[in-house]
Design a protein around this ligand. Structure first.
Ligand SMILES: [Zn+2]
Length: 325
């Protein structure tokens, strides 16, 4: 074991908590070194700084550690009745370690949590309570004004590519229609707004999607890619967004190859409406979080089969995108 360095002794006398940052040859009782491909929440709670590796949540979702100063958010949409795995955001604050938020519960490095919780509180414009994955009687989506912000927005239109590998239905045009519900002139519920939210489909790609089969987020590639792949049963799709200081830099989406999908104008049978689910996922991509399941809004967390009403924004959805863009 390395002896305590002179520097650490000085710091130790002044502020004992700072000793935690002396990784490399930690004396007994210091925070463990957090690296490798199986970093747990319990380890992060020890306060270590993390520059690389993979965080594994208790539910098995895996996240590649984002680089310092970057937040990665995973936003799943569940099929109604399935267990909602919860939204996750992981911020690498650098020296203060990783802050992990699962729905409204914060974990991870205590110093990072204090920092990020304060930042989230400052920018929060949450107008509804936490979304509950229950199936109460739907309220009219034109009488519900709620929306939540995820804490990031785009400074420019989203340039994205489509990976058709494994597609269950021809998806590019349908998924794009979901995006365009939020862009430009938006009229719904008797309210008309013009948003600066935008997207451009660059074309097809074979590039991998940064959403993993566990429903977590892999490494940021710098390119936004949307496509298909396996996901846990009950999860229809997952959107991962990477952001720095509140400005989004990449979004990837994975639609489940295990679910039955409809890509047609009229949906029938026990299939999920790709356009409707994509509209929800793009709401996340642009920076909107969930509303209550009984809000009847596009941004409620769970979808039923052939829920074509989810293609059309409700009042809270319009107010939310207008507030962001
Ligand atoms: Zn969602």
């Amino acid at each position: 074991m390395a002896p305590v360095t002179a520097g650490a002794v000085v710091l130790g006398i002044a502020v004992t908590a700072i000793v935690v940052s002396s990784v490399g040859g930690p004396p007994a009782g210091a925070a463990p070194s957090c690296r490798g491909d199986r970093i747990t929440i319990a380890e992060l709670s020890g306060g270590c700084a993390v520059s690389s590796g993979t965080v594994v949540l208790p539910d098995g979702r895996r996240f590649t550690v984002p680089r310092a100063g970057t937040t990665v958010s995973a936003l799943p949409v569940a099929s109604a009745g399935a267990i909602d795995p919860g939204d996750v955001s992981i911020t690498n604050t650098g020296p203060a370690g990783l802050a992990v938020r699962i729905d409204h519960v914060w974990t991870g490095s205590p110093a990072a949590v204090r920092k990020e919780r304060a930042a989230a509180h400052r920018r929060s414009a949450v107008t509804s309570a936490a979304a509950a994955a229950t199936t109460a009687k739907p309220a009219s989506s034109c009488s519900n004004k709620t929306y939540t912000k995820l804490g990031f927005r785009w400074a420019a239109p989203i340039d994205w590519s489509y990976n058709p590998g494994g597609q269950k239905v021809a998806g590019a045009t349908v998924i794009r229609a979901g995006a365009d519900a939020w862009t430009g002139a938006v009229a719904a519920c008797g309210k008309s707004v013009t948003t600066t939210a935008g997207e451009r489909l660059l074309g097809n790609t074979t590039q991998a999607i940064g959403v993993t089969a566990t429903g977590g987020c892999g490494a940021s590639s710098g390119a936004s890619v949307i496509g298909w792949g396996s996901l846990k049963s009950g999860t229809l799709a997952v959107t991962c967004v990477w952001s720095r200081s509140g400005v989004a830099i990449e979004v990837d989406q994975r639609y489940s190859t295990a679910a039955a999908w409809s890509g047609t104008t009229t949906c029938s049978g026990a299939r999920f409406d790709l356009r409707g689910v994509a509209t929800h996922e793009w709401g996340h991509a642009f920076g909107l979080g969930h509303t209550a399941q009984n809000s009847g809004l596009v941004m409620k967390p769970a979808s039923t089969t052939c829920e074509v009403g989810q293609r059309t924004l409700g009042l809270g959805d319009v107010l939310g995108i207008d507030a962001l863009y």
